[in-house]
Structure formats: C-alpha cells, structure tokens
Design a protein around this ligand. Structure first.
Ligand code: ADP
Length: 622
C-alpha cells in the first residue's frame, strides 16, 4: 500500500515531540481520553437536535484495555467517529494557524509546551509509541477505516470492518530504554493513577478491566477480573470546593481550554437561589495569541446537569470580560434547547448577570487585596476593560471605572482613580493626565513640569485607548478628568493679568506667527511652562495624541485644534517681540522652528522636515 506523507509542518512537529521538547510523556493518555470525550460530546450534542440519532447517555463510554504480551494500550470510544477524509485531515495534518505559530516559536527556540495549545494532542501518542493505529467509523457513514502510522514515514489508510460508530486507538508501546520505562503504562495501577490525576473530570465513564486478588473458601489466592470505572464521574465543578487542590483546577483548566499556562485566578461558584447553577471561571495566565483579533470567540461552556449543551455560550459573558473562560452547569436549563430559545432564556440571562457580578467582585477583591496578581491580570486584559468603558457611549463606565489602573507620576506605580482622588491636593479640583508612548517620555513633557512643581499627581497614559477611555468617564467623584495639555488645565493662577496684557499687547505679532505656521488654531504666551520655551495644547476634545490614533485608524484626516504656547518667562519671548519690530521674515522662520520643536516633544511628525532643517542650518551658520 502506498504510504502517504505527513505535511512538512506536521513532520517537524512530530520530530520535535518525539525528541521530546515536552518531557512529561504521561500526558498522552489525557490527550487521547480528552479526544474520545469530545467525540462523544459531539455525538450526544447532535442527538439532542436530530431525532434520527438515538443514543442513551448512560451507554456512552470510553474503554481502556492493556495487553502486556503485545505491548499495546487501546483507547476506545463510542463517539462520532471519523470518515476517511476526517482521518486524513485531522490526523495527517495539524491546523494551519497552529503550525505557523509553532514555526515561529520554534525559531525563537522557546522551550514551551506546544502540545494542546495548537491542538496537536493526538500526536503526543508518538511520544510513547512505535506505531499508532486508529480505526474509526463515522456516525453518518457505512464504511470504516484503519489509519496506521509509525510517526515518521507518513501513514497508510485502508478499509476495515468496524460495525459500530466510534474510534479505537491502539498504541504499540516503544521498547524500554535506560532513561525511559514505557512498560509501566501496561500496569493497571499506573493507568488508574493517570486517569485519576489528569482525567477525573471527564463526564463519561472511563472503564477498564481490572484484576483483583482474593482468597477463596480454601484460602487460596485467586484472581478475578472485573470492569471498573476509573473516574469519579462527578464533574469538578460539582465537587466540594474545599476538597479540590489547586493542581486539580489547573489541570482541568489547561486540558479543557488548551492553554499551556495555568490560570491566574479561579472562581468556583455554587449558586442557589433564583437560579441554581455550578460553575468554575478562570482568568487565563497569559493573553491568548488571538485575543485582540477577530478570530477570538468569547464564551463559557454550558452544561445541563453535567451534559454539554454548548461549547461557547457567548451570551454568558459581557464583552469587557470576554477573556474569562470556564464552565457553567445548571439543572434549570433544558437539554434539547435550541440556540435561539437559549438566547431568549430567562434562566440564561439570570446566570449571565450573576456571572458578571462574580467576576467583577473577584477583580475588585484582587485589586484591593492582591495588587500584584491584579496587575498581572490587568497587564494581560486591562485594555479590554478600557474598551468596555469607551464602548456603548460610556454606558458601562460606572461598573468598570474602579477596575482601571494608571501609572502615577507621584507613586511611580499603577494606581486607581479612587487612590488618586484620595490624595489630591486641597487646592486641586481636577484629575490630570498626560499621554505619550512611554511613561519616561511623558515624564519629560514640558506641560507636566508645572504639575510636578506644584506637587500635583499626574496619570501617565500610554495605551492608545487610554485617552478615549478617560474622555468617556468625563468625571470621577465630581472631579473633572483633563489632559494637562488641554486649555482647561492651566494651574498657574499667579499674575493672570500680566499674562493677559502680554497677549493683548502682542496680538498682531501672535497673528503673524499663527499665519506663518498655518497649522495651529492659535499662538499665545503662557505661564504654564517652567523651563521649556514652547508646548502644544489643545482646544476642544481632540488632543494631539488622539489625533495621532484617529489618523492611523481612518483615511479621513482629523485635526486636533492645536495651540502653540510660548513660555512668557523664557528669553525667546523677548526675542520674538524684538524680531516683530525688526525682521518679520525671521519671525516667521522662528515660528516654524518653534512649532516643529513643540511637535517633536509631543512625539508628533513634522510635515516639512526639509524646510525646518534648512532654517536651522542657516541659523547655526550665522
Ligand atoms: P484537538 O483535539 O486539539 O483538536 P488533536 O490532534 O488531538 O487536536 O485531534 C485532532 C482532531 O482529530 C480532533 O479535533 C478531532 O476532530 C479528531 N479526533 C481525534 N481523536 C478523535 C476521536 N477519538 N474520535 C473522533 N475524532 C477524533
């Protein structure tokens, strides 16, 4: 028979796995049992809506058998099975996106657990086997097939005569070596141990023929064999919270949600009241690769009395908590409920509300009592919370604003709005923030200087969405939130009249400057600066930072109403006034240079770098 080759990525992955980047070989059993359980889920799920499929939940099972002589382990399920095409597609290739990411990771030589993360669980069988046979009959097909591979030279596929739907996977174990003992997988106690450790949460019985010794009437030692169920069949979410070890939660999470890092936080809920449900929610320990892409699908797994009814029920999670994973199981939900009626279901809405509250409470609890853990979670998913405030015209801001953290100029660490307000200076009536690429750059902004001098705390915002979020909040505890660069944020009240007079006396000069620059809505003297000669501020809602973001997102050009402010106490102020009297041409050139400087300080582009450069060169050459 002709051998079919694995696709290149698959081959690479196999090599890597066999040569064991992943050292814990035990997990092969967990992976195969999980696949079997998924296949049974699929079958059962279909039977709920398709009257032609007749299955009884109690008949569904996974069966393990060991054969010491042949050195084989067999894992059999009566799930949906695979057609010939599915055997080739599912076992002959690995999912494309996964393999691409895998390649990158491999090039970076990161020694991470790639198994599971990219849905390559089945291949882990080759870590312990010389040969893997997969015999399968799909539910809708009259034919069955046998797929065989040694993991290296591709695979063969041929007809077989399996009668019942489902899959039988037979592993021919490798010979023992000095370092690795594969034979212990042929021992009943070892398999029992592995099932308990990794697969106890599986909701279908995992059975095996087990040997028992006992003494007969004549006090002779006799052996007898008996089918035993190895898993407890009580799903982890229905177990007593106090009796579950953290490791058990972590294993459950990592296996169920194909994550390779353990969760940062676990919320186990047993709710009784208007609705009854059990559930476990997890906050992942890292941001999934796809999280901020369209591919990401939010949702919780939904069960009715231990039976899966939907894999990703998106109605259970608001968008701002879309990063949460988990399972919900309620006896109040009907098994054969259609997706449409489910969406309308009052029970589901109540559960969703309850879940949302639990997540919010838990995040608040972590924020108040375990700040470093909260910061880690916030680093991974905080942007989602900020979007949550900005979306829906700020409708959810009350719910979310206390979960936000921003870098503080005073504390040099992340703080909440509440903490900020609690230590505001007596004479301070607003909450101030400044924006930029990094906190270091913001710290050097001219507009921030005066605030530091006065001892006012400034929040340094570095995420593109930050300022939009702040503008959605508008005010917090009756304190208006303003950008230090806005015209509302001048905190220097001294000698206002002097400044006003300076501006009105020089109205014509300032007008000349404005016309020379052409891009600003105003030019004026300011007392908000200390040492710096110039800065940019904005009139209206759109700041220069927002202008940058908006223009990166849309083709339509959006302009912030920028104002060039000149430090009244800087020598340049006098110089400009002199030039206005003696050399208007040079005043125009100076204006352009000062404006370019102000833009550069803000991290903005300048439109006419060549012109600016030659003006400066001419000045230097003088
Ligand atoms: P994953 O389970 O993460 O998708 P695997 O490599 O473990 O990745 O399996 C690939 C695919 O092969 C599965 O998604 C499933 O469609 C199919 N498969 C594996 N084992 C079985 C089985 N016992 N019965 C039916 N289909 C299976």
């Amino acid at each position: 028979m002709k051998n079919k080759q694995f696709k290149t990525e698959t081959k690479k992955l196999l090599d890597l796995m066999i040569n064991s980047i992943y050292t814990n070989k035990d997990i092969f059993l967990r992976e195969l049992i999980s696949n079997a359980s998924d296949a049974i889920d699929k079958l059962y799920y279909r039977s709920l809506t398709d009257k032609n499929i007749k299955v009884k939940h109690k008949d569904l099972e996974i069966f393990i058998s060991l054969d010491k002589e042949k050195r084989t382990i067999t894992i059999e399920d009566n799930g949906c099975g695979m057609t010939k095409e599915e055997l080739e597609e599912n076992l002959g290739t690995i999912c494309k996106s996964g393999s691409e990411i895998f390649k990158e990771e491999n090039e970076k030589k990161k020694n991470i657990d790639i198994i599971g993360q990219f849905g390559v669980g089945f291949y882990s069988a080759f870590m312990v086997s010389d040969e893997v046979r997969v015999e399968s009959k799909a539910l809708d097909s009259n034919e069955s097939y046998l797929w065989i591979s040694n993991g290296m030279d591709g695979y063969t596929i041929e007809s077989s005569n399996k009668k019942e739907n489902g899959t039988i996977i037979t592993l021919k174990l490798k010979e023992d070596t000095e370092d690795d003992n594969y034979s212990h997988y042929l021992e009943e106690y070892e398999i029992k141990h592995l099932v308990k450790k990794y697969s106890d949460y599986i909701t279908y019985p995992i059975k095996m023929v087990c040997t028992h010794n006992h003494l007969n009437d004549k006090k002779e030692n006799v052996e007898h064999k008996e089918v035993e169920t190895l898993n407890s069949l009580v799903p982890i979410w229905k177990k007593n919270k106090n009796k579950i070890k953290e490791e058990e939660y972590n294993n459950f999470y990592m296996e169920k949600f194909s994550d390779y890092t353990k969760p940062d936080d676990i919320i186990h809920i047993n709710a009784e009241g208007i609705v009854t449900y059990d559930g476990i929610l997890f906050i992942p320990g890292s941001t999934p690769y796809t999280y901020y892409t369209k591919e990401f699908e939010k949702g919780l797994q939904l069960y009715s009395n231990g039976v899966l009814i939907m894999d990703k029920c998106s109605d259970l999670l608001p968008d701002y908590f879309s990063f949460v994973k988990g399972v919900i199981d309620s006896p109040d939900l009907k098994l054969n409920i259609s997706r449409e009626t489910l969406q309308q279901s009052k029970v589901l809405k109540l559960i969703a509300k309850n879940v949302e509250n639990k997540i919010k409470k838990e995040l608040e609890n972590l924020k108040d009592n375990d700040r470093s853990k909260y910061e880690k979670i916030y680093n991974n998913f905080g942007v989602q919370l900020k979007y949550g405030i900005y979306n829906n015209f700020g409708m959810d801001k009350e719910k979310l604003q206390d979960l936000l953290l921003f870098y503080s100029s005073v504390k040099k660490e992340m703080v909440t709005l509440k903490e900020y307000v609690s230590r505001m200076k007596e004479d301070q009536d607003k909450i101030y923030y400044a924006t930029g690429d990094t906190t270091d750059k913001i710290d050097m902004l001219p507009q921030v200087e005066m605030f530091k001098e006065k001892g006012y705390e400034v929040l340094y915002l570095t995420d593109v969405v930050d300022e939009f979020t702040m503008q959605s909040i508008v005010e917090y505890e009756n304190k208006k939130i303003v950008n230090v660069a806005s015209n509302e944020a001048n905190i220097n009240d001294e000698d206002k009249e002097k400044l006003e007079k300076l501006n009105s006396d020089n109205l014509d000069m300032l007008k000349t400057m404005k016309e020379a620059i052409d891009e600003v809505s105003d030019v004026k003297f300011t007392n908000r600066l200390k040492n710096h000669p110039v800065c940019l501020t904005n009139e209206g809602a759109i700041s220069s930072g927002m202008e940058k973001t908006l223009n990166a997102l849309s083709k339509e050009k959006i302009n912030a109403k920028l104002v060039l402010e000149i430090n009244e106490n800087h020598p340049i102020s006098k110089k400009l006034q002199d030039l206005y009297k003696t050399d208007k041409k040079q005043l125009e050139e100076y204006s352009k240079v000062l404006y370019a400087q102000a833009r550069l300080i803000e991290g903005l582009n300048i439109e006419n770098p060549t012109e600016i450069s030659s003006i400066i060169c001419n000045l230097i050459a003088k």
